[in-house]
Design a protein around this ligand. Structure first.
Ligand SMILES: [Mg+2]
Length: 279
């Protein structure tokens, strides 16, 4: 029992760490389409077919690249990932600062992504190396690294399964045995009371609720100065979906920085109490 307790920070990606959707930073401009038109087509197709929006956007990316004669191999998806920009402080020390703060409280802070966006883009972006695991949508590639099928599609309802994988330390998606095995909450690698979920909106509600109801901390963020975004996060708080709302400002000394450190402090104190009680 010499191992330090783990605290997991789980993040949505689009609108939480990065403005807009990751497809809008360089992929949609490259195919020469207006971003609203792209998403209108995706949503229209999903509605017409009664299909999953995520599977449809993945297919529409493949089709649009073919139509416009643009390269769309694994390396191109990574290239688009490298163009992603971030909210203040995200790519400027946030992840390491939280790890160091956790260590000073006697706990290990780990970072996870749970996103409907593309895993290859997130892995290749400027903060891709900061995460202990990235759960996101993913293509199946052929031997030439060309996408031929969807390997994983993460939508808002199935986002919560990844919280349970973090909770149980079962990070391998192809393993259906371990994640369903009974383990008492206190014996799990990351009990829910040691989880902090940060998201920006509607598609995060199931995760926000799960973490909050199981004893963890849920946070909703909006871009600084965005009144509509602030109204949306305020209603999430009024509906008791989240504990706290803030500008998506991850810089040293921001409100979000202060709150997350306070949450880590509380979780570390709880771990200390539990350790003393175990004797
Ligand atoms: Mg989002």
């Amino acid at each position: 029992m010499t191992q330090r307790p783990t605290i997991a920070l789980a993040y949505d990606f689009d609108g939480t760490l990065s403005p807009g959707s990751m497809q809008e930073h360089s992929f949609i401009p490259e195919i020469g389409e207006d971003k609203a038109a792209f998403w209108r087509r995706v949503n229209g197709e999903a509605a017409r077919l009664g299909a999953d929006n995520i599977l449809i956007y993945m297919h529409e990316m493949v089709k649009a690249a073919q139509r416009e004669d643009k390269r769309f191999r694994r390396e191109d998806i990574e290239r688009h990932g490298q163009k992603i920009s971030f909210f203040d402080g995200v790519a400027d020390g946030w992840f390491e600062r939280m790890r160091r703060f956790g260590a000073s409280c006697g706990v290990e802070v780990q970072h996870f992504i749970i996103s409907s966006g593309l895993k290859e883009m997130i892995k290749a972006c400027a903060i891709g190396r900061e995460f202990d695991a990235i759960f996101a949508s993913e293509f199946k590639y052929n031997a030439d690294d060309v996408p031929v099928w969807a390997a994983s599609a993460v939508n808002y309802t199935n986002k919560t399964q990844f919280l349970f994988r973090i909770n149980k330390g079962e990070l391998d998606l192809s393993d259906h045995v371990g994640v369903n095995k009974y383990v008492a909450e206190d014996d799990r690698p990351v009990p829910f009371r040691n989880m902090i979920y940060i998201g920006d909106g509607d598609t995060d509600v199931p995760c926000m609720r799960t973490v909050k109801e199981q004893g963890g901390v849920s946070i909703a963020v909006h871009p600084a100065g965005d009144e509509r975004g602030a109204a949306k996060t305020a209603s999430l708080k009024a509906d008791a979906r989240v504990h706290f709302t803030a500008d998506a400002d991850y810089s040293d000394g921001s409100k979000l920085d202060e709150y997350v450190q306070a949450a880590i402090t509380k979780m570390a104190a709880m771990e200390h109490l539990k350790k003393l009680e175990r004797g």
